[in-house]
Design a protein around this ligand. Sequence first.
Ligand SMILES: O=P(O)(O)OC[C@H]1O[C@H](OP(=O)(O)OP(=O)(O)O)[C@H](O)[C@@H]1O
Ligand SMILES: NC(=O)CC[C@H](N)C(=O)O
Ligand SMILES: [Mg+2]
Length: 506
Amino acid sequence: MCGIVGIVANSSVNQAIYDALTVLQHRGQDAAGMMTCQDGRFFLRKSNGLVRDVFRTRHMQRLHGNVGIGHVRYPTAGSSSEAESQPFYVNSPYGIALAHNGNLTNSKDLAEELFTTDLRHINTNSDSEVLLNVFAHELGKHSLKLQAGDIFDAIRRVHRRCRGGYAAIAMISGLGLVAFRDPYGIRPAVFGKRENEGEKTEYMVASESVALDVLGFELERDIAPGEAIFIDLEGNIFTQQCADNATPRPCIFEHVYLARPDSIMDGIHIHKSRMRMGVKLAEKIMRERPEHGIDVVIPIPDTSRTSALELAHHLGVTFREGFIKNRYIGRTFIMPGQKERKKSVRQKLNAIDLEFKDRNVLLVDDSIVRGTTCKQIIQMARDAGAKNVYFASAAPAVRYPNVYGIDMPSADELIAHNRTDVEVAEKIGADWLIYQDLDDLIACGVEGNADIKGFDCSVFNGEYVTGDIDQRYLDRIEAERNDSAKAGSDVKVDAVIDMHNDVAGD
Ligand SMILES: O=P(O)(O)OC[C@H]1O[C@H](OP(=O)(O)OP(=O)(O)O)[C@H](O)[C@@H]1O
Ligand SMILES: NC(=O)CC[C@H](N)C(=O)O
Ligand SMILES: [Mg+2]
């Protein structure tokens, strides 16, 4: 779950892309990048770090052009080195840059095919570099004067070759922006426009609608699963369904944790979906423990707040903020290593003792993944004097790896893998633990848009919507990407083989 953005405007886009990336920062904290285009020339800045650290004034001044794309990265393939930050670039055909959110599940095979059959070179372990090269190769099959139809034909063939989750925005030198979403629409993408009197319409594509809001663009709609859109430099927009069997199955974990609550995804208000999760969970508590004896409901900031408030309301129990979050520390779950994640929970959250003292507290989180957060938080609640500490998760138990763009490659690292709810409660030190039911979680999404008949719920049920995931694949990514493997291989490489910028890159 990275964040992607692309803009075709009437004036310089560098500041707008910067602003959009800061709004999408919650989707990736590891690296950020931007590429703009002017008079057929590309300008690039990308590096490890948060948006505010990556782009300094001197970089912004060099990012010329009225069209550009941007990326915030949370790595799911390769390493977290600068060399694999995005956008990626290829010089042929035309000059193409690409920003990708998701994860290709057949990138190894594709990389080999690209080398042996398509005669293209991949220089990193990033699946996004693979996706860009597949697109470039397919685009290269067309005539010199590229038309929208040629681009859509190329995307059609990209869909036939690529497997997994991908929402991507490509910038083609001298032509415009192309954005597309995989046939299941696992990863999100929306587009919108900004009308200016007497000027041509400006367009923006982004992972989440909140980025459009903040920049004054009006949300047009989601890019449909399998669909591609092409915006030329004159501000004309072309759209086409490019998948043979598009079936909407967006990732439900976006609703649970990844997305901002003020985003609308596939027509579903994330805020409302999370509110419904709180209501459903309250109903389950009433069914299973009518005499629950809970004195106070306390959310674990930030993401669980929306559902915790509704849960408390429907339970008729006081809601209180008992943990204060240090606003200068980012999201814990998307940090690359377990050591960092563990350390930052304590740095990030601090308890207000008097909200816990001698009370039966129900702590609410949106999800329990590795258990890093809840284990420490429960201990903090006890240290603050709580009588009993109950724990509720607005999502069902996370028991299976994710292969579509969330870095959860290792089943063994998931606290609920091969454990019953009672065993998890014991492991995290809770007096009682309650999880949302999967059917209820799905209902929370469907209620927002009845046209979405199903979601990718693989982390909860082990069913992978693309149908190509077997145990061999899971074993391989587990071996490559579990925490200790990453710690061993994730040497920060700062030698970037990339496009040449006029002035030194940093
Ligand atoms: O079981 P774990 O492995 O700890 O993962 C789950 C926790 O991580 C996330 O919080 P995070 O701190 O990333 O972000 P937030 O502030 O948006 O809640 C999520 O909201 C849970 O609190
Ligand atoms: N989380 C993502 O979307 C990651 C995109 C891509 N797979 C990468 O690792 O850079
Ligand atoms: Mg959290």
